[in-house]
Design a protein around this ligand. Structure first.
Ligand SMILES: NC(=O)c1ccc[n+]([C@@H]2O[C@H](COP(=O)([O-])OP(=O)(O)OC[C@H]3O[C@@H](n4cnc5c(N)ncnc54)[C@H](O)[C@@H]3O)[C@@H](O)[C@H]2O)c1
Ligand SMILES: [Zn+2]
Ligand SMILES: [Zn+2]
Length: 309
């Protein structure tokens, strides 16, 4: 069956404005493109930041979304690894596979890609999406895989793992604190357990998310709306936290991180920030800490895919 001329999509209309609209169905523009019919998609915390106006590169009329599972509908003449009918996972990051950044597996900075879906080009919260560099940006889905779980591999699970756990360099026996128990914080919570930390403390303002975190392996939880998170975290430890991850994207939660990091510890910032934070360098310089930031690369896909099965 041919693709329809028009489709439904979630369209950004400026800060605070989104609507379901009828728009033109995407077409193959480059030989390396594929058109994918979306079966499952999700809303990321980053979409919420876009809607708050924190990501001004997103312009009005942009179709949102950068996560999804679908079925290949059309491929350009240069696509060799996929054909119509293939079931695929979309990476939130498009990678040409050839530029200097791609050669270093820094796919998020690909010179002809990176995080562009639902950001600089139309995204996945639609019936169809154009995926550039399909050979390097789509992944085959084995038969019988739970597609609802797999959609977490587009962005959420790799972000928590790469930017939280690997950049934070979680070690066996560490005390880890994760500020923000949304999907990203939960992904960091799950994947930190690959490295056997001794303690995994989750901080959020929502009790139901904290209760869920307990079922995912959190050893302790702190509700920072009703408790002083810095005082609690310091009281729980001798001299602070080995690895503290920021998974909200606001100054107040970054502030918790810089106040509890232990000498020699790591702050792994995962959150997307729309405003500046006040870096307390006069306190931190003497602590031999490591501060990392980053946009997910999805370079750990072969590993996260296996671990999700
Ligand atoms: N670096 C990357 O590549 C990358 C990729 C994806 C998402 N992100 C970012 O990661 C962050 C988390 O994403 P998500 O999808 O889990 O978002 P989310 O909005 O679903 O979850 C955020 C959580 O933070 C909690 N929270 C809000 N204010 C708080 C406060 N003051 N103190 C403690 N907790 C608070 C909320 O209750 C919620 O549970 C966002 O900033 C998102 O943009 C970054
Ligand atoms: Zn995302
Ligand atoms: Zn590239």
């Amino acid at each position: 069956m041919a693709m329809p001329e028009k489709m439904q999509a979630v369209v950004y209309g400026g800060p605070g404005v989104k609507s379901l609209k009828t728009v033109a169905t995407p077409k193959v523009l480059q030989p390396t493109d594929a058109i994918v019919k979306i079966v499952k998609t999700t809303i990321c915390g980053t979409d919420l930041h876009i809607l708050k106006g924190d990501v001004p590169a997103v312009t009005k009329e942009r179709i949102l979304g950068h996560e999804g599972v679908g079925i290949v509908e059309q491929v350009g003449s240069g696509v060799t690894r996929f054909k119509k009918g293939d079931r695929v996972l979309l990476s939130c990051v498009s990678a040409c596979g050839k530029c200097d950044y791609c050669k270093k597996q820094l796919y998020s900075h690909c010179e002809d890609g990176g995080w562009i879906l639902g950001h600089l080009i139309d995204g996945t919260q639609a019936e169809y999406v154009r995926t550039p560099h399909a050979d390097n940006s789509l992944y085959h889905i084995p038969d019988g895989t739970d597609e609802e779980a797999l959609v977490m591999l587009s962005d959420i699970l790799p972000t928590g793992f790469e930017i939280g756990v690997l950049y934070g360099a979680v070690q066996p026996g560490d005390t880890v604190a994760i500020i923000g128990a949304g999907p990203i914080g939960m992904a960091a919570l799950l994947t930190a357990q690959f490295f056997s930390p001794a303690r995994l403390i989750m901080v959020d303002v929502d009790d139901s998310r904290l209760a869920m975190a307990k079922t995912f392996g959190a050893t302790d939880t702190i509700n920072s709306a009703t408790q002083d998170a810095v005082a609690e975290l310091m009281a729980m430890t001798k001299d602070g936290i080995d690895v503290v991850m920021e998974a909200v994207g606001i100054a107040a939660t970054f502030d918790i991180c810089q106040n509890v990091v232990r000498p020699g510890g790591h702050i792994a910032n995962i959150g997307v920030h729309g405003t500046s934070v006040d870096l307390q360098l006069q306190e931190l310089w003497i602590k031999n800490i490591t501060l990392t930031t980053g946009l997910v690369n999805t370079n750990t896909h072969p590993f996260t895919h296996k671990s999700a099965q």
